[in-house]
Design a protein around this ligand. Structure first.
Ligand code: SF4
Length: 286
């Protein structure tokens, strides 16, 4: 989904639906308009900075490139701004760092550089795609804290993609749970974590260890494996692994159901909640 938003899908792929940024549908923009928008208003931080940074180009040029292209700043302005950005993302002694190649930096430093590149054109939306997967645990926390402080200081929206529920729980306002490419549940993070309605969200949370988990206690697992994304099952894609599945889950399958003004889920036999919801079979799509 993030790649579709960024226009990074392979040329023959089809993207349908709407992606709205400040009222404009990204899929209806011309190629030129989209190129102007991407990298400037929407920026992305990828999971492995070692593979996303250009190994044969110095850090300064990689940070300055977008600024010079999108903002039209001079070389010396871009240099000053690159220094400020490295300071902002916590790179110590930034002046000599600008002359480094990516391989001369640690993984954490490289991810800070990636963030500096992403922030260079003052984006309104930052997409962080598993930004800490390639880092060790201590550095992961530093990068996540940095992302949060930068997002708050700049008043920028951030879309954080993660399979780590503890990362999502502490650092997001809203969460959308996806399974096999489809939206299962979406709502305020606290509401979804405390009172999940979709059976997949429930199973996912039950499979997560917590501080209250006893030693040697067996964690719950979700039996089965992910469906083939090329030919996914009909109806609810979680049905082959769901113990509550009925024929209605496969045909017609669930539509997105609203349980409260902000909380929606796509499940025909949802987890009971204190608040009543209207549950009905839908068109099999979400
Ligand atoms: S719609 Fe049916 S199969 Fe899918 S998660 Fe809900 S109960 Fe399970």
């Amino acid at each position: 989904m993030a790649r579709a938003i960024m226009g990074l899908m392979p040329p023959r792929s089809a993207c349908t639906g709407e992606v709205r940024l400040q009222g404009r549908d990204l899929f209806s923009l011309s190629k030129k308009e989209k190129q102007e928008l991407l990298g400037k208003q929407i920026a992305m931080v990828f999971q492995d900075p070692g593979r996303s940074l250009n190994p044969v180009v110095r850090v300064e040029r990689q940070i300055s490139e977008g600024m010079r292209k999108h903002l039209g700043v001079s070389k010396s302005e871009a240099h000053t701004r690159a220094l400020q950005l490295l300071n902002e993302v916590g790179v110590p002694d930034p002046e000599p760092r600008l002359r480094n190649y990516p391989h001369e930096m640690s993984g954490g430093m490289r991810q800070r550089v990636m963030l500096a590149i992403a922030l260079a054109c003052e984006p309104v939306l930052l997409i962080a795609d598993e930004p800490t997967t390639a880092l060790d645990v201590t550095i992961q926390r530093q990068i996540l804290d940095l992302l949060r402080s930068v997002q708050r200081d700049r008043g920028m929206a951030m879309m954080l993609i993660s399979h780590d529920l503890s990362v999502v729980a502490g650092r997001t306002d809203r969460v959308s749970v996806m399974y096999a490419g489809r939206l299962s549940e979406t709502g305020p993070t606290r509401g979804v974590f405390e009172s999940p309605r979709h059976r997949y969200t429930e199973a996912l949370l039950a499979a997560t260890p917590s501080l209250a988990t006893e030693r040697h206690q067996r964690l719950r697992v979700i039996d089965g494996s992910l469906p083939d994304p090329v030919s996914p099952p009909a109806g609810c894609r979680f049905a082959p692994r769901c113990e509550f599945s009925t024929s209605a889950c496969i045909d017609p399958g669930p539509a997105l159901i609203t349980s409260s003004r902000e909380h929606q889920f796509a499940c025909l036999h949802p987890v009971e909640s204190a608040a009543p919801s209207t549950v009905a079979a839908g068109q099999g799509g979400h």
